[in-house]
Design a binder for this molecule. Structure first.
Ligand code: SF4
Length: 458
């Protein structure tokens, strides 16, 4: 048992985290930056942070993640990183020629107190930012928040730096997808286009982190929202922000800066959340829902009906990011499963209340925690075992020790491939989720059946 030291008895811990259920802000900022076409993310800090952030993203997406670093050593750590960042900006534009450099800070540069906009001003004055090229930044101190906060901060920075109102409203809707897979971003765009809605999705990592194998190296892949599109977001008819935590800061900033009204929704994972997304898009764009989407919805309902008997009152434990967990919990309740342990490592004041509302009719006691860790999650399961778990790859240790089936969902997934190519968002994504859930439950039933209970038709 790899986690044999996890005690069943839960004791109050305030200052100690064991096996965090989150990672650090710059990883989210780097992921969001990669969703801008021609962008080179830049980590303003030491090489160690940058190497960790890149490797974490590369291991999840199975793609090389290119970024740059200010390479702090002892001197920069004491006197500040201005000289390093100025040198970096010059080197990056000269050698790698990106459209934009997206700088995020780290714990070290935040603690020193480096003023990145002031350094940008000096770079500009020194002529180190070529004509038609851009720099942008987000503050991402990792001693607060999590990777989701970093993603939200960098997405908001896209608005702060680029969104411009041109004086009239275009027939276009901004879609902020939240931290989802590139495959989900593609699915969200597909649904909008199926409805005949012109949209700008930002950030957009489709064809950046799930691109094709062409045999040729491409420093800046074909995907990503362009700077010109980001500028136009200020003149769109409205914004739909998917994911309260990851997307609402950008949507609210766009409203404040350019008076673009916004609607903040859950991630479109599961039936009801996807319905709300489609309905909001329909109303905002003034279109009707096409038969093709109604067909997908009907298929999803049919699958739910066929599978419901196998899901009924199965106990589920979930760990991950707040936006994902809220949508998943609602979906699991809708298919008559019982999510009873729900934990996020990200501190979020509204999370616990929202989960309590979503699980109000679950006929079982429900544990919910924001700012918790994997140790507590494991302890809950030891005290009240479940039939199924959802979470990132780190849950595999609990799955093995407690012999509980486990579906990989969220970030990071380090030991499986395919999540960046197949969506779990939208009606089609929900069908895939249902297939995964049923496979996990039935594989377990087959494995545990005696010879006389082993059935061909289940
Ligand atoms: S937590 Fe801070 S010091 Fe550690 S890798 Fe992240 S940014 Fe760097």
């Amino acid at each position: 048992m790899l986690l044999r030291h996890t005690p069943k008895q839960i004791s109050e811990r305030k200052e100690l985290t064991v096996n965090p259920a989150k990672t650090c802000q710059p990883i989210g900022a780097m992921y969001a930056s990669l969703g801008i076409h021609g962008c080179l993310p830049h980590s303003h800090g030491s090489q160690g942070c940058y190497a960790y952030h890149r490797s974490c993203l590369s291991r999840h997406y199975k793609e090389p993640v290119l970024a740059a670093t200010s390479s702090f050593t002892e001197g920069a750590s004491v006197f500040g990183g201005q000289a390093n960042l100025l040198q970096a900006i010059n080197n990056i534009f000269t050698i790698y020629d990106p459209d934009v450099i997206a700088v995020h800070s780290t714990c070290l540069s935040e603690t020193i107190g480096d003023d990145i906009p002031q350094i940008f001003g000096k770079a500009e004055a020194d002529g180190k930012i070529p004509e038609g090229k851009y720099v942008m930044h987000a503050n991402t101190p990792s001693y607060v928040g999590s990777h989701v906060t970093g993603f939200a901060n960098m997405t908001k920075a896209m608005v702060d730096y680029f969104a411009t109102a041109n004086g009239h409203r275009e027939k276009c809707i901004n879609l902020i997808p939240g931290w989802v897979e590139p495959s989900d971003m593609k699915e969200i765009k597909r649904m909008a286009s199926e409805m005949g809605v012109k949209s700008i999705l930002f950030p957009d990592t489709e064809n950046v982190l799930n691109g094709p194998q062409t045999g040729k190296f491409q420093m800046y892949p074909s995907g990503g929202v362009t700077i010109s599109q980001l500028k136009k977001t200020g003149s769109s008819r409205g914004t739909i922000a998917l994911g309260r935590l990851a997307s609402s800061p950008a949507a609210l900033a766009l409203d404040a800066k350019c008076k673009v009204p916004c609607k903040i929704l859950d991630l479109p994972i599961g039936l009801k959340a996807t319905d709300r997304f489609v309905d909001a898009l329909r109303k905002m764009a003034g279109v009707t829902v096409p038969d093709s989407l109604n067909l997908e919805r009907g298929q999803l309902l049919d699958i739910v009906t066929d599978m419901q008997a196998y899901f009924y009152h199965k106990k589920v434990a979930l760990v991950g990011d707040p936006d994902q967990l809220e949508a998943l919990t609602e979906f699991l309740v809708d298919i008559d499963m019982m999510p009873i342990h729900i934990l996020t490592g990200t501190r979020d004041k509204k999370f616990e209340k929202r989960i309590q509302e979503l699980t109000a009719d679950v006929p079982h006691e429900v544990n919910v925690k924001s700012g918790g860790d994997m140790l507590l999650f494991h302890q809950w399961i030891k005290n009240e075992p479940v039939d199924l778990m959802f979470g990132n790859t780190y849950v595999k240790y609990i799955s093995r020790d407690e012999d509980i089936p486990f579906i990989r969902h969220g970030f990071p997934i380090l030991d499986r491939i395919g999540h960046s190519y197949f969506p779990t968002a939208g009606y089609k994504g929900a069908m895939r989720l249902l297939e995964k859930i049923l496979d996990a439950l039935m594989d377990r039933q087959d494995r545990d059946s005696s010879e006389i209970e082993f059935e061909l038709v289940m």
